[in-house]
Design a protein around this ligand. Structure first.
Ligand SMILES: [Fe+2]
Ligand SMILES: [Fe+2]
Length: 242
């Protein structure tokens, strides 16, 4: 089976696999095959596109929050629960605990400098994120959001998004470059292989495509699949101050 065939098969199995907690997740995946084909996904590129999946969940949260506050019955609680479970499996367990906390943060902390000074805050934000995700999963498990929970949950969803937007942006622009610099080209490549081993041991395959398919399904269910709907309206016409 080719790499492409395997990825397609994994995507087609996404619905089944994601029904359970065993979400197959992508690290620095299929590196040898990709290297041979000239399409290697490097560690930082992979970490950053994992952030892309997580940001799509944040957008779901931000869009859902005011609707939830206005009319909780109008929100598909199962889709919201699926978004939180995806963030938990793909973001909190794999991306944060198995990669960032186990490997990247210790290296960055040892290297010192601006990036090292961010690590404690990033860890505190991971911990707060896990609390919030557990809360969302708990308060959606009945298949609906209770009226009494709607306003507090709307605030929590907004606060979660507000926290993770700068969190992932700092990691993309400060932490991951510092990690790459600290380990050097050889270490970067070796750690990429280690990350791939972690991924295979933990999940048995490439989960990035599966996670993208899952978040796209959540977006469709919640009516947020059309990218064009996010295009900003034109600015007001007329001269300044008139
Ligand atoms: Fe993080
Ligand atoms: Fe991250």
């Amino acid at each position: 089976m080719t790499n492409q065939d395997r990825r397609s098969a994994l995507v087609s199995l996404a619905g089944v696999a994601l029904a359970g907690s065993a979400l197959a997740l992508g690290g620095c995946k299929d590196r040898d095959e990709d290297k041979e084909q000239g399409g290697e996904v490097t560690c930082n590129e992979d970490l950053m596109r994992e952030h892309g999946v997580l940001r799509r969940v944040l957008i779901v949260y931000r869009e859902v929050a005011p609707k939830l506050a206005a009319n909780p019955a109008a929100i598909d609680a199962a889709a919201l629960a699926n978004a939180a479970k995806l963030f938990q499996a793909f973001g909190e367990h794999y991306h944060e605990q198995l990669l960032e906390e186990a490997h990247i943060f210790p290296i960055v902390r040892n290297a010192g400098g601006e990036a090292a000074r961010l690590v404690d805050t990033l860890l505190a934000q991971h911990a707060r994120g896990r609390e919030i995700t557990a809360y969302i999963i708990d308060r959606t498990k009945a298949g609906r959001v209770a009226t009494a929970d709607a306003a507090p949950m709307a605030k929590v969803l907004t606060a979660f998004s507000r926290m993770y937007e700068p969190h992932t942006a700092r990691e993309d622009t400060i932490i991951f470059p510092a990690f790459k610099k600290a380990v050097g080209p050889k270490g970067y490549d070796e750690l990429g292989d280690q990350f791939e081993d972690i991924e295979r041991k933990e999940f048995g395959g490439d989960g990035f495509d599966m996670a993208v398919a899952k978040v796209a399904d959540i977006e469709r269910t919640l009516g947020m699949a059309d990218l064009a709907a996010f295009t900003a309206p034109p600015p007001p016409v007329g001269r300044a101050g008139k």
